[in-house]
Design a protein around this ligand. Structure first.
Ligand code: T5A
Length: 226
């Protein structure tokens, strides 16, 4: 049986990376074969593209059109090399960002029209659509505060190109994601990540549980203490 394809989306600092990793662990604890991956990245080509996009790895910032195409290039490689084969062999895939990020950041954020971006997404993915999309939503200043605290704590790593964008840009992204979720309620589940991580994860699990195979009734809890 084909695996389930779950994407985790949201603005900066919403906690999608934290919760997508934890979701993958919890699903594995239920006995499922699970692949956790991310965009941009997830393949050698994708990780090279990530460096170009986030840290001006070529020594210059990509122009907005090149930015769209680079995200799509990373996505095409990830689908062909990793996601499609995994789903085909029955592995569940949890992906940290996917096509909705292009609509939110390059569409609502940068101002490209959504039909063009949707066509490019379809070209890159061959039409693959997630079975379930978890939208991690947080008040914009709180999300940015979390990201800045993490950057400060890590010392060496400078804020990336997107993290340096204005508050107004990040507000557009957040509202864009909420619009996308409202337009496709059967695919999206919106999760407020203002509460502490454990409380948010309980809601993540509630959203995913109905999709578990009938043979799996309850997952062995993963101990996150320490
Ligand atoms: N992008 C991506 C596009 O523009 N177009 C596209 O098509 C795609 C695919 C990717 C960038 O590329 C852009 C969007 C992004 O700007 P990235 O490094 O992957 O860059 O950045 P993000 O995806 O934004 O990842 P972040 O790690 O910055 O944010 P997350 O995943 O939302 O946050 P996370 O889980 O790492 O948490 C951030 C901090 O908050 C804490 C965590 O411990 C961590 O320190 N935290 C919480 N603290 C308190 N309570 C909670 N509930 C918390 N949840 C997390």
């Amino acid at each position: 049986m084909r695996g389930m394809f779950i994407t985790c989306e949201g603005p900066e600092g919403s906690g999608k990376s934290t919760h997508s990793r934890r979701l993958a662990e919890q699903l594995r604890a239920c006995g499922l074969s699970v692949l956790h991956t991310r965009e941009p990245g997830g393949t050698p080509t994708g990780e090279a593209v990530r460096l170009l996009l986030q840290h001006d790895g070529a020594g210059e910032s990509p122009v907005a059109t090149a930015e769209v195409l680079l995200f799509c290039a990373s996505r095409a490689q990830l689908i062909a090399q990793v996601i499609a084969p995994a789903l085909e062999r029955g592995t569940w895939v949890v992906c940290d960002r996917f096509t909705d990020s292009t609509l939110a950041y390059q569409g609502y954020g940068r101002g490209f029209d959504l039909p063009t971006l949707r066509a490019l997404n379809t070209f890159a993915t061959g039409g693959l659509v997630p079975d379930l999309t978890l939208l991690f939503d947080v008040d914009t200043p709180l999300g940015l505060k979390r990201v800045h605290a993490r950057t400060a704590a890590s010392g060496a790593v400078p804020a990336d190109r997107f993290e340096r964008e204005s508050l107004a840009f990040h507000e557009k992204i957040r509202n864009g994601f909420l619009d996308l979720a409202a337009s496709e309620p059967s695919r999206f589940r919106v999760l407020d990540t203002t509460p502490a991580v454990d409380a948010v994860f309980a809601n993540v699990w509630k959203a995913v549980q109905p999709h578990l195979p009938a043979s799996i009734t309850t997952g062995k809890a993963v101990d996150h203490a320490g």
